[in-house]
Ligand binder design. Structure first.
Ligand code: GDP
Ligand code: MG
Length: 621
């Protein structure tokens, strides 16, 4: 096999705000380069997961290699070409990334493996919060950005205006902007030519010892943990299969099973050279040993001492940080081990998922999980239920609080762990950046205020929009802020945020009691000002949704141990056949059977049966 010419490799990511068309443009690139046979082509082909396809979102990043024969079109602008360009075949490694704010850490991983990125903006939407944050991440890493205005086929879009906005905001020269329609295929060739002519070839040292950056990993039944890597220096070749490779961070040695790249299926090759993006099948069983951000080196026995060889590990990435925490419990007892195995399997491919066993008086054994946000929680829950046939109760998601007593300071991620006595509770705050069209400024300001936020400053973006910066408690952001922001701005405002430390808060534990018994999964930490309102709402809702019993049942809300709201569930036996006078016995039987089946869906919480859907309803608040 001929060796790949390093000068003919380009590594790039596609970054954009969610729904601006990354995956669709990736489809066009795969098509144009004939990476996928036309008959096998389907929409958003890189979104393989069932959930991704159903919801039309990208959850996992994908790396795929395409080759393109470069012979410049008449439209090609040579002016911005810095390196000597030869016609011929180029290898392009494309990394498609997720766009939702929950998954922004995935983006930073892929960027570190690239020299450039397409910065895509939807011509009908303009620059949004993740456009800005991803662009800055890429610029910080020194990537060459290619501005692309996408969806130019839309009648109501104003591509020229959006192009001006991009130039003004990010400082692109006007003639660098490319106009595309992922839907119709416009501009695909120009994009490919820009990638080749504007993004520099990888600059690693081919003669240096191997350094490969792990930017993702997943578990494969046959090959063990497979690391997605970018070969920064040196190379790996088949002869090394006999030898040991070494992960510098986890200090783990392994004998590689195979090397290769994705197209998008795994394609084994003889070697991976400097500058290439591909995979190394490690044969390891434990994904924790193959952490994102780690460096793979080769580990020849005579040079065991890596310091002596002067190999520096590559700078790692930002570690994902859990933002929301919730309890996951199987509805049926005895499913704990199954849940544990399922979580273990999910974790193999989701480095950001954290979990540890916990138990609750009411719910039995389960897990406390830490996640990147509510969408992430929703996805994990749904995958567990679908792919592993589990039926789960999820407790009210919460952020992490700090609690101070005279003696100590500790963190609380679960309302039931909040002690009765303490001196102070602190809650996490974030700096939020919201981009919105001018006409919605009033609405957004009001939202910030309602979320206990503090407005800091604003900056114009183009002629029609503005960026607002505010400090807001994280608990407000993760609960409803995002959805409310969307509806308050007809979907136009977008949000990006970063941690900004802890602040004291006047808060305490809100508990819900059914028949005088605390229903633990409903417990949550709330601020004092809102305790009454939330408590009232929950008991009212419970009254609506709980099945009645032969006796009346008190429903109460207590804040810091004091009852603050009460409703009574009146006694009544619900006879579903009562309204069926007349004698159709089969129909009666059917109904009774249906009622019985309904009962099976109840979750037993202490002495009270609560329908599973009720849990979901209540926890949504
Ligand atoms: P991603 O979230 O950035 O990966 O965006 P997707 O590629 O999933 O696209 C989001 C939505 O926009 C989908 O409904 C696409 O069909 C649509 N879309 C993508 N590109 C275009 C385009 O060029 N024109 C039009 N009209 N729609 C597009
Ligand atoms: Mg996508």
């Amino acid at each position: 096999m001929t060796k790949l010419d390093q000068q003919k490799i380009r590594n790039f990511a596609i970054i954009a705000h969610i729904d601006h068309g990354k995956s669709t443009l990736a489809d066009r690139l795969l098509e144009k380069t004939r990476t996928i046979e036309p008959r096998k082509m389907k929409k958003q082909v890189l979104d393989e997961m069932e959930l991704e396809r159903e919801r039309g979102i990208t959850i996992k990043l994908k790396a795929v290699r395409v080759t393109y024969k470069f012979s410049p079109s008449s439209k090609f602008r040579i002016s911005d070409n810095k390196c000597k360009l030869e016609n011929g075949k180029y290898v392009l490694n494309l990394i498609d990334t997720p766009g939702h704010v929950d998954f922004s850490y995935e983006v930073s991983r892929s960027l570190a493996a690239c020299e450039g990125a397409l910065l895509l903006v939807d011509a009908s939407q303009g620059i949004q919060a993740q456009t800005v944050s991803n662009a800055y991440k890429a610029q910080d890493l020194g990537l060459k950005l290619i501005p692309v205005v996408n969806k130019v086929d839309l009648d109501y879009a104003d591509p020229e205006e959006i192009a001006r906005e991009m130039c003004e905001h990010f400082g692109f020269p006007e003639n660098e902007v490319i106009f595309t329609s992922g839907k119709e295929g416009t501009g695909t060739r120009e994009v490919l030519e820009a990638i080749i002519s504007r993004i520099p070839a990888p600059s690693g040292d081919a003669r240096a010892p191997l350094r490969a950056l792990v930017f993702d990993s997943f578990y494969d039944e046959h090959q063990g943990v497979v690391a997605n890597v970018r070969i920064v220096d040196g190379s790996v070749t088949n002869s090394e299969k006999e030898e040991q490779l070494h992960l510098m961070g986890s200090e783990q040695e392994f004998s590689p099973r195979a090397f290769g790249y994705f197209q998008p299926q795994m394609r084994p090759v003889e070697s991976l050279q400097t500058g290439e993006v591909g995979y190394i099948a490690t044969g390891l069983k434990d994904i924790k040993k193959v952490q994102v951000g780690d460096t793979v080196t080769n580990f020849k026995s005579e040079t065991r001492n890596k310091k002596a060889r002067g190999i520096e590990p590559l700078p790692g990435y930002k570690e994902p940080r859990s933002v929301v925490f919730a309890g996951l419990y199987p509805t049926r007892k005895g499913k704990f081990l199954e849940l544990r195995d399922a979580l273990g399997k999910l974790k193999l491919n989701d480095a950001a998922l954290e979990y540890k066993p916990t138990s609750s008086l009411a719910l039995g054994r389960g897990f406390e999980v830490g996640l990147l946000g509510l969408l992430h929680l929703d996805i994990v829950k749904e995958r567990l239920e679908r792919e592993y046939e589990l039926d789960l109760i999820v407790t009210a998601p919460t952020v992490e609080y700090k609690v101070r007593t005279q003696e100590e300071e500790f963190t609380v991620k679960n309302a039931s762990n909040l002690p009765d006595k303490y001196d102070e509770i602190l809650e996490p705050w974030v700096v939020a950046e919201i981009i919105t069209p001018y006409e919605y400024i009033g609405n957004v300001m009001k939202l910030i205020d309602e979320a206990r936020g503090e407005f800091e400053k604003q900056k114009h973006i183009g002629e029609k929009r503005v960026k607002l910066v505010a400090n807001i408690p994280l608990s407000e952001i993760v609960s409803q802020f995002y959805d409310t922001l969307k509806s308050a701005s007809s979907g136009f405002a977008s949000l990006e945020w970063a941690f900004a430390g802890f602040q004291p808060v006047d808060a305490g534990k809100l508990e819900i009691l059914v028949n005088k018994e605390v229903i633990e999964p409903f417990s949550r930490i709330v601020i004092s000002d809102k305790a009454y309102e939330i408590g009232r709402r929950i008991v009212k809702k419970l009254k609506e949704v709980l099945p009645r019993k032969q006796f009346s049942v008190p429903l109460q809300a207590a804040f810091k141990g004091r009852v603050i709201a009460r409703e009574d569930l009146p006694a009544m036996r619900k006879d579903v056949t009562a309204k069926l006078y007349g004698g159709d016995q089969t129909r009666k039987d059917k109904l009774l059977k249906k009622q019985k089946k309904g009962k099976e869906k109840l979750a037993q919480i202490g002495s009270v049966s609560v329908p599973k859907d009720t849990f979901r309803e209540i926890l949504k608040d």
